[in-house]
Design a protein around this ligand. Structure first.
Ligand code: BGC
Length: 288
């Protein structure tokens, strides 16, 4: 399928139409500056502009820099705090007039790398760490994703890990690649101690400069920059949309007589929405 994938970041919103079978971009890659302040409405309008610029109409997959449970954002570490409890999927769908499917940005990048990049055919535990304004993380066990793990928020050296060794921290503290690499290596050791991954794939801005700090990394696991580099988020988002469409079709094609009691309260989508909004009322904003 050819689906628009979008990577929503703190500084830019990037998108392209993706051939989900091959992982190739089949349109130009468009980037629009993220509006400031990046409020839900302003970002949704920018997404609409991006879709129009590509002359696209159809389903849209969006990677988003926060935890996203059933289409609702629950955290806002590096984005405007007004996103917390925002039904992102619903908002984007309403404003753009296209069905939007939203997931965490690091999960999206990981999905792409597992299908077309370094994680392809890799069994065991694979971690994807994206190094940008924050530290994004995704864990795969035998190719299956554990969604929304927030390992950039581990405490390291009395600090939140992403404050200590994200790419934004490197720039803010004006660290050389070597000095920053030593910090990042500490982070990887912490992850290795906790999760024992077989492979760690690095994505995001700092993964492009991997050779400048590779000599500082000495964890046991193999560490490698992502093959799909800065298009991973776009490709993975499109793949997620395709997957969600397939799941919805499966749910909708179930014969009515076969429905269980709980299902008969509504179709899969409605049940999902209820769960999400019920959950969203209870959740407290993330502090970091
Ligand atoms: C957020 C994650 C996100 C990462 C990369 C972190 O601050 O908490 O959800 O994946 O930044 O954007």
């Amino acid at each position: 399928m050819k689906i628009l994938g979008v990577d929503i970041g703190g500084s830019g919103i990037k998108g392209a139409v993706v051939d989900t079978k091959t992982g190739e971009l089949v349109s130009e890659r468009v980037r629009i500056e993220t509006p400031q302040p990046a409020t839900p409405e302003a970002v949704a309008e920018t997404l609409k502009k991006l879709i129009e610029q590509l002359g696209y109409s159809g389903p849209v997959g969006c990677g988003f820099p926060a935890t996203v449970h059933h289409g609702v954002a629950f955290t806002a570490a590096n984005i405007d705090s007004s996103w917390i409890n925002t039904p992102v999927e619903k908002l984007f769908t309403e404003i753009t007039g296209n069905n939007c499917y939203v997931l965490n940005d690091a999960d999206a990048a990981g999905i792409a790398e597992m299908a077309f990049g370094e994680g392809r055919n890799v069994q065991g535990v694979v971690m994807m760490i994206t190094i940008g304004t924050g530290l994004g993380s995704a864990i795969f066990v035998n190719g299956n994703l554990l969604p929304n793990c927030e390992l950039g928020h581990l405490i390291l050296k009395d600090d939140i890990a992403e404050h200590y060794c994200s790419d934004a921290a490197r720039q803010r503290l004006e660290l050389s690649w070597g000095k920053w690499g030593k910090r990042f290596n500490k982070y990887l050791h912490r992850l290795e101690f906790l999760f024992n991954p077989d492979l760690i794939i690095l994505g995001g801005g700092a993964s492009k400069s991997f050779e400048k700090y590779a000599d500082k990394i000495d964890v046991r696991a193999r560490v490698t920059p992502a093959k799909t580099l800065n298009t991973a988020g776009i490709i993975g988002a499109a793949m997620y949309a395709e997957n969600m469409i397939a799941q919805t079709q499966k749910t909708c094609s179930k014969p009515v007589a076969a429905k269980s009691k709980s299902e008969s309260a509504g179709n899969g989508e409605q049940t999902k929405d209820k769960t999400a909004s019920a959950k969203s009322k209870k959740v407290k904003p993330a502090k970091n």
